[in-house]
Design a binder for this molecule. Structure first.
Ligand SMILES: [Fe+2]
Ligand SMILES: [Fe+2]
Length: 300
């Protein structure tokens, strides 16, 4: 029996006949978490275990925290009582199933995540908010964003909603919640930077567009996008369009090299764009250099 089957059985035994709606929610989270783990290359089994266990202590009495959580955590939970169930569910995982800290943290921080959380943690957090049984408008909105492939934006929007909801009720959001919001707002915008680049490449009819993922290998930028155009005139046109469009969207360009030449390099901090006049690209055989990098071919 796999660990995720054991986790499923545990939560079924605890909630069957007692908290049917919660059980349905947990299964919904597991379904979404499994889908997201597969999509983003995260360990599916870990995602399932965390999903099944994430609300395991939902109805436990806060007094259960004594002896299980440390003083600092108890103090935090007294101020933000919704954290009790997450922290205690993580402890239940340790007691009943295993000691994988990735799973533990994904359960523990499922309510609003934490700064610099892992992908698994982010998956459980957003699966909890967007699983198919959630019917609030904000949840449906975020689910659509998520299913549209905008992972970071879905997290950012879910946090924006919960923080606003908190404020409307006259409650203070947790300081960490605000940090995660800022972090994911930036990440969500990062996606837009990529989109702006593709949009402008499209405007000059650039072809053979390939995005190389350089995150793992370069400390300086996350992505290198290479594209081909027919003429120097097109190279210059894309620069003009990009400069305007990026400024309009509040993005900065670090440098532009090779203006009015057949090879232009635009450094937009997280993304570097290399535009070649077609012959130049094959002359330098630039794609060969990045042969081992994960890549995505962008439709012309
Ligand atoms: Fe929860
Ligand atoms: Fe939940």
């Amino acid at each position: 029996m796999q660990l995720s089957d054991k986790a499923k059985k545990l939560v079924e035994e605890k909630y069957n006949g007692l908290h049917e709606k919660r059980l349905k929610h947990v299964f919904g989270v597991a379904k979404m978490a499994e889908f997201l783990a597969t999509k983003y290359g995260v360990d599916k089994e870990k995602a399932l275990v965390a999903a099944y266990m994430h609300d395991y202590a939902k109805y436990d009495d806060p007094s259960e925290a004594i002896g299980k959580l440390d003083d600092k955590e108890i103090e935090e939970c007294e101020k933000y009582p919704f954290l009790y169930h997450a922290y205690l569910s993580a402890e239940a995982y340790l007691d009943l199933l295993g000691n994988d800290m990735e799973i533990y943290n994904a359960i523990k921080y499922h309510v609003f995540g934490r700064p610099h959380m892992s992908k698994l943690e982010a998956i459980i957090m957003i699966a909890d908010f967007t699983e198919e049984n959630r019917e609030y408008e904000a949840c449906i909105d975020c689910r659509n964003i998520l299913l549209n492939g905008e992972f970071e934006k879905a997290i950012y929007k879910s946090l924006e909603y919960t923080i606003n909801h908190c404020k409307e009720k006259g409650e203070e959001p947790h300081p960490k919640q605000l940090l995660v919001l800022e972090e994911y707002k930036k990440k969500a915008l990062k996606l837009s930077l990529e989109k702006i680049i593709y949009y402008n490449l499209g405007k000059v009819k650039a072809t053979n567009i390939i995005a190389y993922d350089t995150k793992e290998k370069s400390p300086f930028y996350d992505k290198l996008i290479i594209a081909s155009v027919d003429s120097v005139r097109q190279c210059s046109a894309i620069i003009r369009y990009l400069v305007d469009d990026l400024a309009l969207n509040d993005y900065k360009i670090r440098s532009i090299e090779g203006k009015d030449t057949p090879w232009v390099l635009v450094d937009c901090y997280d993304i570097v764009l290399s535009i070649f006049q077609r012959d130049e690209r094959s002359h330098y055989d630039i794609d060969k250099i990045y042969m081992d990098y994960p890549k995505k071919v962008i439709e012309d």
